[in-house]
Design a protein. Structure first.
Length: 375
């Protein structure tokens, strides 16, 4: 099992989500929160929640990772010599043995002639005279050889240059494949496709495990998830619109004795909540909605580059079309507002102060407010 490669696929899919630490993001929505100075609160969220286009993201990434779906053989360079039959190989060996024997016989004959010449050599004087003549002849031969070597070296260099160019052309020119090459390449391709299929299935299982068993391409797991969420208190409506996009009607109220977060769904690892309220000391309460904006760090458009993190994954045929984060978030309170990042600041509405954020393409930073309760 290619676990490292499977893990890399899972990492490439999940990595963009880690920018915001969240797998759940809003779509089009309207959310309101009322916080009273005595700690009583009410919260509502009506609109879309998306599992960040999981079906498209996961399936497109894995489809692109698989590469070509049709086999095509490709061959380059000189055509390999055909394999010789057993009979041809035997003939080749017999030929080589005969050539080796002929070479050995010639060497023995040369040795015998040299021995006879030594025995019939002349006197010492005549021998010395022969040596002088031989030296003169060798000097003339050496001079002629040097001239020939220079001309030969230039010719050899030119020949080698031509051969090098021809070799490069042979290495890079495409040609028809032999039946044996087609058969071997088809065998390798089949193995690669089988391994790729296994890796895809393992990657889907790994990704589903990250989501508590949700498989975006399996309607049964989506239906189970929807039913489990619907039976939770405060979830008045949960409707799956397709491709991991849900229509939600959620409302709750209580006292901020501890922290509050939305959404929190037991048994499902869906990352950080879209909104959370944190109790600080001295009666302070910090309200943050990290996904209620379109900043590049958490924008769904950043998911478009998810597949490019792994070689071969950037050529997905389908493009992810996430729902734009768009809506309003309103906080009403009679507590002291110590800090906020609205554009206009608080407005008065009777005894209440109102903070409002219009979420859209021009939203700068996620909503944040710091309140001071009466106790």
């Amino acid at each position: 099992m290619h676990f490292k490669k499977i893990a890399a696929i899972g990492l490439a899919v999940v990595a963009p989500f880690s920018l915001s630490g969240c797998l759940l993001l809003p779509g089009e929505f309207n959310s309101e929160m009322t916080v009273m100075a005595d700690g009583e609160f009410a919260f509502s969220y009506k609109g879309q929640i998306q599992l960040v286009g999981l079906a498209n993201l996961l399936n497109d990434t894995l489809d692109a990772e698989g590469g070509n779906t049709e086999f095509t053989a490709s061959c380059y360079g000189p055509e390999p010599e055909p394999e010789k039959s057993a009979e041809e190989q035997k003939k080749e060996k017999r030929k080589q043995k005969a050539e080796a024997k002929a070479t050995a016989d010639a060497a023995a004959a040369d040795a015998a002639i040299a021995a006879i010449a030594a025995e019939t050599a002349g006197t010492a004087a005549s021998t010395a005279s022969q040596e002088e003549i031989t030296q003169e002849v060798e000097a003339e031969v050496d001079a002629a050889a040097a001239s020939e070597d220079a001309a030969g070296a230039a010719e050899e260099a030119a020949t080698e240059a031509v051969a090098a160019v021809e070799a490069i052309e042979d290495d890079y020119s495409e040609r028809d494949c032999t039946p044996a090459e087609v058969e071997q390449q088809k065998k390798d391709w089949d193995e690669q496709q089988a391994n790729s299929k296994k890796e895809k299935e393992q990657a889907k299982k790994m990704f589903a495990a990250m989501l508590g068993g949700i498989d975006p391409s399996n309607p049964k797991t989506i239906d189970r998830f929807t039913k489990e969420v619907e039976r939770l208190a405060a979830w008045n409506k949960v409707e799956h619109l397709g491709n991991g996009l849900f229509m939600i009607d959620y409302s709750t109220k209580g006292r901020l004795a501890d922290d509050f977060a939305f959404p929190v769904i037991p048994r499902y690892a869906l990352g950080n909540p879209m909104i959370h309220v944190t109790r600080w000391d001295n009666g302070r309460v910090r309200i943050e909605a990290p996904t209620f904006h379109n900043d590049a760090d958490v924008s769904l458009m950043s998911l478009m580059g998810a597949g490019s993190m792994i070689p071969g994954m950037s050529s997905a045929k389908k493009k992810i079309e996430p729902v734009e984060v768009k809506g309003t978030f309103t906080i009403r309170t009679n507590a002291k507002i110590m800090a906020n990042n609205t554009d206009e600041g608080p407005t008065d509405e009777g005894a209440m102060q109102v903070l409002r954020w219009d979420i859209g393409p021009k939203t700068f930073g996620p909503p944040m407010a710091l309140l001071k309760l009466a106790h």
